[in-house]
Design a protein around this ligand. Structure first.
Ligand SMILES: Nc1ncnc2c1ncn2[C@@H]1O[C@H](COP(=O)(O)OP(=O)(O)OP(=O)(O)O)[C@@H](O)[C@H]1O
Ligand code: SF4
Ligand SMILES: [Mg+2]
Length: 324
């Protein structure tokens, strides 16, 4: 695998009155060229802030990168001044958010907004920009792209708007696309279409993608490899088929069981007992200990380190630690 993005030891803190809470702690992962990499985990576990850190979009303050490195194509993104990071974003990194309206300006037409990104990053003139915007709208499956290019966002459905956002994110052919719950806000019937569209575009252009989702079903359909987050810790990374056939971390096992139980004959849904402690309120030891059926005495005393398995997978759990 040729690495495009390498995140090492990333820690993100949240400044609260007089104190600093740890939001993401020592996360390391790599995304290969042409790879679709999933980030999964329950609400609040740090998926979005990790992605925002990569894109240089952390809400700072109160959030800040405390330590670690983010390298893309040999460039240390954390060392770039904001102006350089702005040109990386949009040109090298495209972003797709959950709510398409947050990415669009109600006062400009669809065509103008796509063209603007081209004008800013590729120094393309307005007329050529609009022509290329129309072509891109066609590629993302918008019928009558010329007519739609002249419309304002409020005239389009959520599914169509998300296609527009994908067009904006892809117009400069970025090397990395970051999609943060791109289908969560859409009707179920539209979700699969949008996922198929993104997957098709990313694969046919040889791009890499980070797909953030709380839905393991989405991961199964789109991703090559996946990172599982729990309470700001990256607890496991593995190829997608291994996550389903042979999950290592007890939390991953619980996630898999909750997906597998959908469609069970007895109709009972499995849910991991308990809930995630609030960010910054973790005591000593493993962050999953309060919900873990395999908890050992040691788990309450010491936080488990990340161990790398012979097959390259990583897991943060004492069941697999060096002295396990
Ligand atoms: N701008 C902010 N100000 C204060 N706290 C924040 C901010 N952004 C995120 N957080 C906190 O950081 C933690 C991680 O948030 P994040 O948005 O990354 O979660 P997530 O995994 O993306 O969850 P979800 O699935 O709900 O989107 C949460 O506890 C959240 O409350
Ligand atoms: S370290 Fe212990 S408590 Fe944490 S997931 Fe592993 S077995 Fe469970
Ligand atoms: Mg999020």
């Amino acid at each position: 695998m040729n690495t495009l993005l390498s995140v090492q030891g990333l820690s993100i803190g949240l400044a609260t009155r007089g104190a600093k809470a740890s939001i993401v702690d020592d996360a390391s992962f790599e995304v290969g060229q042409g790879e679709v990499f999933g980030i999964v985990g329950e609400s609040g576990c740090g998926k979005s802030v990790t992605a925002y850190a990569v894109a240089g979009l952390l809400a700072s303050p109160p959030l800040s990168v405390e330590s670690g490195s983010i390298m893309m194509g040999g460039v240390d993104l954390l060392s770039l001044p904001p102006s350089r990071m702005r040109s990386v974003r949009g040109k090298d990194i495209g972003m797709i958010f959950q709510e398409p309206m947050t990415a669009l300006d109600p006062l400009y037409t669809i065509g103008e907004q796509i063209a603007e990104s081209l004008e800013f990053h590729a120094k393309v003139g307005k007329r050529e920009g609009i022509e290329r915007a129309v072509a891109m709208l066609g590629k993302v499956g918008i019928p009558e792209p010329r007519r739609i290019a002249a419309e304002y966002p409020h005239r389009l459905s959520g599914g169509m708007l998300q296609r527009v956002v994908i067009a904006i994110a892809m117009i400069n052919e970025p090397r990395l696309l970051i999609a943060d719950e791109p289908t969560t806000a859409l009707d179920v019937t539209i979700q699969a279409q949008i996922l198929d569209l993104m997957n098709g575009l990313v694969r046919s252009n040889g791009m890499s993608m980070i797909m953030i989702t709380h839905d393991l079903g989405v991961v199964a359909e789109t991703c090559d490899r996946v990172a599982v987050f729990y309470g700001g810790h990256l607890v496991e990374t593995a190829p997608v088929d291994r996550i389903f056939s042979d999950p290592l971390h007890p939390y991953t096992e619980g996630l898999r069981k909750s997906v597998a139980s959908i469609g069970d004959r007895d109709g009972k849904l499995y849910a991991i007992p308990g809930s995630v402690p609030k960010a910054g309120s973790f005591g000593p030891g493993c962050r999953f200990q309060g919900r873990c059926a395999r908890r050992m005495e040691r788990c309450g005393r010491e936080a488990p380190p990340v161990s790398i398995r012979p097959d390259g997978r990583s897991v943060r759990c004492w069941l697999y630690g060096e002295e396990a």
